[in-house]
Design a protein around this ligand. Structure first.
Ligand SMILES: Cc1cc2nc3c(=O)[nH]c(=O)nc-3n(C[C@H](O)[C@H](O)[C@H](O)COP(=O)(O)O)c2cc1C
Length: 229
């Protein structure tokens, strides 16, 4: 099978996890072809990947100051229809996931928010705790992260270099990705349709709210005109 592995990383840890997933797949499927590409080399308006060349796509991305790299949304929006025709996987990395009550896609705030708003709904998703490399950060980043870790009762020693990733969970995710079937894809299609409908309803609600505000604002203006004329 041909795999496309896309990753968005700043300090390299997301790529390390993608590499580990690749190793697990190659062990089970030595003939597999895996192509690795970075998603955040540039701030692109459009990508030029030919997804037709691949059977499966994996995307991994890390959180930085509360957000994934904007290219991730550009990619998901551009390729949503093609991605929904094949088995795909997404994994997100952040330090919040080091906490036992925030280490699933249902409980991790960044992943929950991202998946509910993302136009592309991957067949499977996961969140893994990332790495902390204080000595490698700039003074500003180190100070900010230490402050956040202090608030969240984490490591604040500025010499800390620690990987919180649960590698067994990464291996299990890789095995699940590699063994996805056509049946999984069909079952997932229902979820994609449901998500599309919810997205449309949200948009409709937004438009209605905007119209109601506009009407209220015009009525207010008209009222003022009557009072002051
Ligand atoms: C400058 C900076 C900002 C970060 N912001 C967040 C954050 O807002 N929330 C969080 O849970 N983790 C945050 N992290 C932790 C990263 O997600 C974690 O270190 C991850 O391993 C980075 O992956 P990468 O090397 O692939 O970029 C931040 C890390 C850095 C260095």
């Amino acid at each position: 099978m041909k795999y496309l592995f896309l990753y968005s990383t700043t300090d390299g840890h997301t790529k390390c996890i993608a590499d580990r997933i690749g190793e697990v797949i190659l062990k089970a499927e030595p003939a597999a072809k895996i192509t690795y590409e970075s998603l955040n080399d540039k701030n692109l308006k459009e990508f030029s990947f030919d997804l037709g060349l691949y059977d499966r796509v994996l995307v991994g991305a890390s959180i930085r100051y509360g957000h994934f790299h904007p290219n991730l949304l550009t990619f998901a929006t551009q390729y949503r229809d093609e991605l929904h025709k094949m088995n795909t996987a997404f994994f997100g990395i952040n330090l919040t996931a080091r906490k036992a009550n925030k280490n699933t896609v249902e409980t991790n705030p960044y992943i929950k928010k991202w998946l509910s708003a993302c136009p592309w709904q991957p067949t499977i998703s996961a969140v893994f705790a990332g790495a902390l490399y204080y000595p490698r950060y700039t003074f500003f980043d180190r100070t900010m992260i230490r402050f956040i870790m202090y608030i969240t009762k984490g490591d604040t020693d500025p010499t800390t270099e620690k990987v919180y990733t649960d590698w067994d969970a990464v291996t299990a995710f890789a095995q699940r990705f590699q063994t996805l079937t056509e049946k999984d894809l069909k079952e997932h299609a229902e979820k994609v349709q449901r998500h599309k409908k919810e997205e449309e309803e949200r948009q409709l609600e937004k438009n209605n709210l905007f119209l109601m505000r506009l009407v209220a604002w015009s009525a207010g203006c008209r009222g003022l005109q009557v009072v002051f004329q």
